[in-house]
Design a binder for this molecule. Structure first.
Ligand SMILES: [Zn+2]
Length: 452
């Protein structure tokens, strides 16, 4: 067996794995598609509505050209890049014909849909040499409605195939919890982890909009998961945390700090972490804003980490920071501060990243790099600015994954190719990354199973 036959996909969102052909077949077979919802989202994000409705109808009539046209409109390509709103609008097509999108729909329909898509995704993994896949899925907050139970029962049974059926990829599930209230699902998560299919639930995930949800807010929850893991080592759950992927609401300093904080709070793997290693020069001189509260957190961080920051080349002036702290503390709660970046400050952010990377490395947290996703959602147009260069140079544990291979029209092999080409790492790096991913499986990081 060559290494390429045992590729491990560690960062996948289940519905993002659905290929255009599978979605088109599904849409064509649906009695009810909530077209208006999709078309309104597209009009808002793109200013126009693509003729998907007509294409699906032509496909129903047997038009051979329809599939390629559909794929062209569904795939979130390089021309769509740099806008999460556009991504969400295109992703809506996966939701508007989904029994799962309407979670109050009949559980039978939900079961059939989820089982069908999961089987298609598994076949896709086989086609592309993926031998191990961790799928994340986000449902409602509590995970306990009849529809949500139908989804989870179906997926857990589908993935729990040890010793059964033909060879296929090993599949695992991570439940994406709501950032605002992960506790709402915690009883259900524990029930599933300790239940008959608990072996395939190997992690919890935090995804979707990160702005407004600082890692410090989940400190207590992370501690609870860690305590659960200590009590149930055979059912321990990895903490997977998307962070530093989008940071429009804050300074670059704060964005870097968030990644470090997530790792130090106990996340096992960090999704994207663009802020940690992106070349700050990519943004050029510019101005950003953040809340005074965020700035206060940054001042606290600078004071706590002054020695390490200084050693990394960052200028820290405690007296000035204390003075600024006193001034900001007197402002109203919703006050906003403006931060301007000139060349010097951008260079200093680079030093901050070096320090934060050393701290992240010390925690053992693994960074999940998804190049196509970073290019199209993260808006990193120039490959030279991509954080993977700095991650590798800093010796951070890195794995490569594809995030949403269906809607991005990519494969894990293509993502690995991109990293090896752009970094000049070649075949040696490719082999290293494939092995690193085997070692960074959730069940390995939590100690449930050994790496080999
Ligand atoms: Zn993701």
């Amino acid at each position: 067996m060559t290494l390429d036959r045992v590729l491990s996909e560690l960062h996948l969102h289940l519905y993002g794995c659905i290929r255009p052909e599978a979605l088109l077949r599904h849409l064509a077979g649906c009695e009810k598609v909530r077209w208006q919802e999709y078309e309104e989202a597209m009009a808002a994000a793109y200013g126009e509505v693509p003729p998907v409705r007509e294409i699906v109808e032509r496909y129903r009539q047997g038009d051979a050209a329809a599939a390629a046209e559909f794929a062209g409109l569904f795939v979130f390509g390089d021309a769509d890049a740099g806008d999460f709103g556009r991504f969400q609008a295109k992703f809506r097509l996966l939701v508007v014909a989904s029994a799962l999108g309407d979670r109050h729909g009949p559980p039978e329909a939900i079961r059939a849909e989820v089982a069908g898509f999961a089987a298609g995704v598994r076949a896709d993994h086989v086609r592309h040499g993926v031998g191990y896949a961790e799928h994340r899925i986000m449902l409602g907050r509590g995970l306990d409605s009849p529809g949500e139970r139908a989804v989870l029962d179906t997926l857990l049974a589908a993935y729990d195939r040890d010793g059964a059926g033909p060879a296929g990829p090993a599949e695992r599930l991570a439940l994406s919890l709501h950032r605002a209230d992960p506790w709402a699902a915690w009883d259900r998560v524990r029930e599933i982890a300790l239940g008959p299919h608990g072996a395939v639930l190997t992690g919890v995930d935090f995804c979707h909009v990160e702005e407004g949800h600082p890692p410090k807010d989940v400190a207590e929850f992370f501690a609870e998961v860690r305590a659960f893991n200590d009590a149930h080592p055979e059912r321990a759950l990895a903490i997977l945390y998307h962070v530093g992927e989008s940071f429009r609401d804050k300074s670059l300093e704060s964005a870097v700090r968030w990644v470090q904080e997530a790792a130090e709070l106990g996340a096992h793997r960090l999704g994207h972490a663009i802020a940690l290693g992106v070349d700050p020069g990519a943004y050029g001189p510019h101005t950003r804003t953040e809340s005074a509260a965020e700035r206060l957190d940054q001042i606290g961080y600078d004071l706590r980490h002054r020695e390490g920051l200084r050693a990394a080349g960052v200028r820290v002036d405690p007296a000035a920071l204390e003075e600024e702290r006193a001034r900001l503390a007197a402002l109203p709660g919703d006050a906003v501060v403006t931060v301007s970046y000139d060349r010097d400050r951008l260079a200093e952010v680079r030093h901050r990243q070096d320090y934060a990377m050393s701290r992240v490395r010390a925690t053992g947290a693994v960074v999940e790099v998804c190049p196509t996703s970073n290019r199209r959602i993260g808006g990193i147009a120039d490959p030279a600015h991509h954080p993977v260069h700095r991650f590798l140079a800093a010796g951070l544990p890195v794995v490569v994954s594809s995030d949403d291979p269906g809607i991005f029209g990519t494969t894990l092999a293509a993502e690995l190719d991109w990293v090896c080409e752009q970094t000049g790492g070649g075949a040696e790096l490719r082999e290293h990354l494939i092995r690193a991913a085997r070692r960074a499986r959730s069940e390995v990081l939590t100690g449930r199973v050994r790496a080999d």
